[in-house]
Design a protein around this ligand. Structure first.
Ligand code: SER
Length: 612
């Protein structure tokens, strides 16, 4: 199946169910919406109608919406995350609800006239209820009826989420099955549809989350039943009429339809990879490094072309800054592939040829897209050249062949040189770069720049600096609690903070159990409940080590570091080497909640948590 066939089938199906087909809205949200810089989900442009305004297309609409999510830009390049993606969606504005939405999802997925997927490979999650909102019995009932009509029995998983025999319905909590775009607005429980990607591996059995983690089960569609409007003060106000918002990813569905294992194997990436091969002389599969570079370049240039078509140009603020960051990241990875000549134009031409018939704005704006890309490419090349001159200067003045972390960091900060490029230049000369020292420098500066740039990425959110600071302190609490639960061998392997959430990577071979996660949450919330004070002291690395502080110990001998302590006297919860900043007392953090625990890379787990 081609992407074009998929989009057309989806729209035709919902047209046959009385929906009017509307075009994709711009990636730039309407002016009155300051909640995000870009359209991040299919429902985003439709929020006013989900809150009761009348849609000119009537009460049932369907579309394919282009979306951009830049939240976890560092994740792009793994086998799942993309910045640009397309969402197919059907909406009911106070019209049909769970019965029709679920029945139609099932029909579209399994009827041979439409996608013809095997119903026996289909599994669904539903909202299990939390707080004042009860378990979604209705969704369960409709699913059971729907499966029954297809001659199947669909039983419900217990709290252990174990799938065996006839179990097909897995009730999950707020983190998995309650949908809201950002922090306020229309929201509700949802039901997600998963497809077994490897039936040849035998009957599906095991814990649902493990099956998803291992990619045996792939999410393909999400039906959200919007019943509430969450207000800024955290209240859920029941909507006058409930709505349906569904989201089905084009890339993923295409992958499933064609039996591929990653979205990068689909025709939404392959032509770009072929072009990149032509330009670089490298093959996509030749090494993990090349794969990663291809993925990043393809995703970022694609996203950039769409952004420029919607009127964004590279700059140092707001959307323009996100665009510039994406382009420069793509160019850095192109450099790693050995590409030294202009390439963005050729890639963008490929993107326009792939998508231009559906998203006609790409064709209309072709000249502008190509010009803007080339202009930015030349600008960045100049920066890179200046950086190379600086590198030569540094290298020529060294008494030995060792580039310090300080110097590497300065190249990074002043010339945008990622460590890989500095290392590559060093390698060419037979020099070495001190990686650990670079990492320490980077970690020290990251908090500040994250806090400063946070405001740039998210319009409309106040106090992003404060939010980041709280989450930073919560990151320390997370690490301390993990060590208490899993043992002192646990160390931080990486961290990233946005105004909405913290992310912590740590060494641990196994998936954490629900009990372990609950215990981490409990310990952190208990500490917050005690409103422990936060203080810091400067000392040498050796002193910090002796005191039992955790953190990066690779600083130079005798160098002073800051050690942040949460707690005092007999009650020390956490002690960590860190540049700060942190809150003064942790009582203001509010309620700590782990949203996700997943694999990050071999032997490294990743936790995402929020403060509510
Ligand atoms: N809003 C939901 C999502 O983005 C369904 O469209 O997943």
């Amino acid at each position: 199946m081609t992407a074009n066939e998929l989009r057309q089938k989806y729209l035709d199906f919902f047209k046959s169910k009385g929906h009017s087909i509307i075009p994709s809205a711009s990636l730039v949200p309407r002016e009155t919406d300051a909640s995000t810089l870009f359209t991040t989900a299919g429902m985003h442009p439709l929020v006013p109608y989900l809150l009761g305004e009348e849609h000119p297309g009537g009460k049932r609409v369907a579309d394919v919406q282009k979306c951009v999510r830049t939240g976890d830009i560092d994740d792009v390049g793994d086998n799942r995350h993309c910045t640009f993606f397309e969402m197919m969606g059907n909406w009911s504005f106070g019209d049909y609800f769970k019965d029709e939405a679920i029945a139609w999802s099932f029909e579209f997925l399994t009827d041979p006239k439409w996608l013809g997927l095997d119903p026996k490979r289909l599994y669904v999650t539903t909202f299990k209820g939390e707080g004042n909102i009860p378990r979604d019995e209705k969704a369960i009932e409709v699913w059971q009826k729907t499966f029954n009509q297809a001659g199947m029995v669909a039983e419900i998983a217990a709290d252990d989420q174990i799938i065996k025999d006839n179990i097909r319905i897995i009730p999950l909590g707020t983190d998995d099955n309650f949908w809201i775009a950002g922090t306020t607005g229309p929201c509700g429980g949802d039901t997600e549809m998963f497809y077994d990607t490897k039936p040849e591996d035998g009957p599906l059995a095991g814990r649902f989350t493990d099956l998803v983690d291992s990619h045996r089960l792939m999410e393909i569609w999400n039906d959200v039943f919007m019943e509430f409007n969450k207000t800024a003060d955290g209240q859920y106000i029941k909507l006058e009429k409930p709505n349906v918002d569904t989201g089905m990813g084009v890339e993923r569905t295409l992958m499933v339809m064609n039996g591929e294992t990653t979205v990068f194997e689909t025709e939404l990436f392959q032509p770009i990879f072929n072009k990149l091969s032509e330009i670089s002389g490298k093959q996509y599969g030749e090494s993990e490094e090349v794969k990663k570079s291809f993925r990043i370049i393809a995703d970022h240039i694609k996203a950039s072309a769409f952004m420029i078509a919607d009127g964004v140009t590279p700059s140092n603020a707001s959307r323009g800054y996100v665009l510039r960051r994406l382009l420069r990241r793509a160019m850095r990875y192109a450099k790693l592939l050995g590409i030294e000549t202009d390439f963005t134009r050729a890639i963008a031409e490929t993107v326009i040829a792939m998508y231009g018939h559906f998203y006609t704005e790409l064709k209309e704006k072709e000249t502008v897209i190509l010009e803007e890309l080339t202009k930015e490419e030349h600008k960045f090349r100049q920066t890179l050249e200046n950086g190379i001159k600086e590198f030569e200067k540094i290298a020529n003045s060294l008494p030995n062949s060792k580039i310090s972390g300080d110097d590497a960091f300065n190249l990074y900060q002043s010339y945008g040189f990622p460590l890989e490029i500095t290392k590559e230049l060093a390698r060419e000369r037979g020099f070495e770069v001190n990686d650990d020292e670079f990492a320490t420098e980077l970690a020290k500066h990251q908090e500040l720049s994250r806090t400063a740039s946070a405001g740039m990425f998210k319009g409309g959110l106040q106090d992003t600096g404060d939010a980041s600071k709280k989450l930073h302190t919560a990151t320390h609490l997370t690490l301390a609690a993990l060590r208490k639960v899993l043992g002192n061998q646990i160390n931080q392997k990486g961290s990233n903070i946005t105004p909405e959430r913290l992310r912590l990577d740590f060494n641990h071979p196994d998936k954490m159990t629900a009990e372990q996660l609950a215990e981490v949450e409990r310990l952190v919330n208990e500490a917050i409940g005690k409103d422990l004070p936060v203080s810091f002291e400067e000392m040498t690395v050796e002193e910090a080590k002796k005191k039992g502080a955790v953190g990066v110990f690779e600083s130079k001998y005798g160098e002073k570091v800051k050690v942040y302590t949460v707690g005092q006297g007999d009650e020390i919860f956490s002690m960590e080497i860190c540049g700060g900043p942190h809150v003064d007392r942790i009582g203001i953090l509010g309620k700590y909640k782990i949203q996700k625990e997943e694999s990050s890379s071999a032997g490294v787990r990743r936790i995402k948590a929020v403060l509510e």
